[in-house]
Ligand binder design. Sequence first.
Ligand code: ASP
Ligand code: MG
Length: 407
Amino acid sequence: MALIVQKYGGSSVGDIERIRKVAQRVIEAKKEGNQVVVIVSAMAGETDRLIGLAHQITEMPSEREFDVLVSTGEQVAIALIAMALESQGYPARSFLGAQIRITTDGVFTKARILGVEAERILEELEKGTIAVIAGFQGIDEEGNITTLGRGGSDTTAVAIAAALKANACEIYTDVEGVYTTDPAICPEARKLSRVSYEEMLEMASLGAKVLQSRSVEFAMKHRVPIHVRSSFSQEEGTWVLKEDEKMEEVLVSGITCDKKEAKVTISKVPDKPGIASKIFGAVSEANVVVDMIIQNVSAEGYTDVTFTIPQTDLKKALEVVRRVSQEIDAGGVESDSNIAKVSVVGVGMRSHSGVAARAFSALGKEGINIMMISTSEIKLSCVIEAKYAELAVRVLHEAFELEKTKR
Ligand code: ASP
Ligand code: MG
């Protein structure tokens, strides 16, 4: 008998009709002889609605109360799913994160899971009951309700799959799986049948929205096989797995695009030891996460420094950077939010060369100027003007012949 964890996202439980369909799907898995644990997100739009309510009260709600509020969406969904299962004659019980004891740290709104009490769930499974567990939430050491950040139900599902040593963690969503790029931007995008944890991690943090990146980190650490698939069809989706040699045969597996960064340039920075540490020390103290950094070759003792940060942190970062640049006697500070970061991702880049050259030539042919470049072992990212983002995605997809993807 296999043990399967199934997670249903908001769109899969968007209304009562959909909830009945989900129950049907859970029952099918059960009828096939599996033990099933179900993790559920709030009904579509519900978390946004709750966040909206909080912001009607105050711009900066207490984070503790914010978590109490936004965690309620999942409570509604688990009860409805359990009712739907019971009404079909299948014993089911719903549980909140605190009941199953999903313990987290105390960082409200983006808590990390510390542990899951597997015994509690296993007891239910032994009785033949289907356990329906609220995603996105936990309880900290002091007994406070916490939430795991947007999209956190994915992480709940993976953590529970890891704790139960489940055979698979199925993530049900409204798309067929993980694509070579966003099909809304590039109609030639292909579904990948397999992708490695590392690639998925790059893609998730670069803006492919199917999985919360923390869930992928967790799955990689605990070797949980994830199957991302649609709750609207029976098709196989995408397996997220440990890398194997076959995966490296493919040069590039996906193109991603992120329009949520901004770039900051400090000109005429004195080229002396300790200066970079002054700038980035201050930025990090303000809790702003820097992504790319470039520093120009020094001319006459001065250099320019450019870096990217999340757009939402731009105001905060500019305040800090303006202050520091006066202290270090730099020139001006400029910023630009009209940028996009397009990236080429693939484990094949480890063993093949020429990816950068091919990407640059494809962008160059379209007259797209590259403002910044960064690379890692399995990724190449370019910052370009935002208005060219979609075009860049399409030309890169074509340059690496991803429409022929068979992986
Ligand atoms: N309901 C939460 C959200 O909308 C968690 C999730 O869907 O995974 O972010
Ligand atoms: Mg999601």
